[in-house]
Design a protein around this ligand. Structure first.
Ligand SMILES: NC(=O)c1ccc[n+]([C@@H]2O[C@H](COP(=O)([O-])OP(=O)(O)OC[C@H]3O[C@@H](n4cnc5c(N)ncnc54)[C@H](OP(=O)(O)O)[C@@H]3O)[C@@H](O)[C@H]2O)c1
Length: 271
């Protein structure tokens, strides 16, 4: 497959736009090779024009020409879309089909595409829009190294990429795809604490965000366990352990962990 395969992006909403922007702006993907499709293209028109990509309502035409078809519609919209493309013969040339739909299994995708279509499940997140994303890929049966590399090349400009077995995809969805929303609530709460203690709100938000970025970067860059890094901040009888006791009283660990568990359960039912 060529370095920049002809790409159809079906669904130009939050994720379709985020991925398109990352590809064109960060990886220098030639905009002329991307054909985005949406049911209501007017909503994404300005974004598509700014990126220089084609945006239409023509899913069949886009798929027919594409070497890679990236599915960015909601899980409930996938069946009709794929059945329509298959019936029209628009996937007859067996393009690589990459789906980012939550809870939608490779088996489901195989049931609604022509036999022997190479399939990859991907789970990105919204920080892909600023190239700080996390994407996990799960290849279907028979996907070649070159095809998986082509899928990887779509997401690598948008942040980190990891390959995992499909059995983990719902947990990935609950953790790293839903996770930005959880972190925004936690960030908001951290900032509220600063405001409660007299900091101007804008200052509190900036301190909370940069501190969160720094803490996350320490985990990724040192490879050390978060508990060890936490212990280093925690002086005996100091202010940090006093704050931690209050968080533990509120069962912060189980509340956050159960939130991921619940999101995972719901993700599993979305397909
Ligand atoms: N949002 C996230 O954080 C996130 C993270 C990881 C994965 N995902 C997955 O990404 C997928 C897209 O999510 P999203 O948040 O980007 O949704 P979204 O903003 O609703 O975008 C989906 C777009 O697809 C369009 N569409 C629907 N049916 C179509 C069809 N047959 N042909 C072409 N376009 C069609 C919709 O148009 P209309 O609205 O005009 O009908 C909408 O613009 C979902 O499957 C989700 O599970 C989302």
């Amino acid at each position: 497959m060529s370095q920049h395969p002809k790409l159809a992006i079906l669904g130009f909403g939050t994720m379709g736009q985020a991925i398109s922007a990352g590809l064109v702006e960060a990886s220098g993907y030639p905009a002329g090779l991307i054909h985005a499709v949406d049911l209501h293209p007017a909503a994404g028109k300005a974004r598509a024009e700014a990126l220089g990509i084609r945006l239409s309502r023509e899913a069949e035409a886009a798929a027919r020409e594409a070497e890679v078809v990236l599915l960015c519609v909601k899980p409930r919209e996938l069946k009709d879309l794929l059945d329509g493309l298959t019936a029209a013969g628009a996937l007859g040339h067996r393009p690589l089909v990459v789906s980012i739909a939550a809870g939608t299994t490779l088996a489901f995708l195989a049931d609604h595409t022509p036999g022997a279509t190479p399939l990859v499940r991907a789970m990105p997140n919204t920080p892909c829009a600023i190239r700080k994303g996390m994407t996990v890929l799960a290849p279907g049966k028979g996907v070649t190294e070159a095809q998986l590399a082509a899928a990887r090349a779509l997401f690598e400009p948008l942040g980190r990429v990891m390959d995992l077995d499909e059995k983990h995809m719902d947990a990935v969805t609950g953790l790293s795809a839903s996770g930005p929303a959880f972190m925004f609530v936690i960030l908001e709460s951290l900032a509220e604490g600063g405001v409660q203690c007299g900091l101007p709100r804008a200052v509190a938000v900036e301190l909370a965000a940069q501190m969160t970025l720094g803490a996350a970067s320490m985990v990724l860059e040192t490879g050390r366990h978060p508990a060890a890094l936490k212990d280093e901040v925690t002086t005996p009888a100091g202010c940090t352990i006093a704050g931690l006791m209050v968080l533990e009283d509120g069962r912060i660990r189980s509340v956050v962990a159960r939130g991921i568990e619940r999101a995972t359960q719901v993700a599993a039912g979305l397909g």
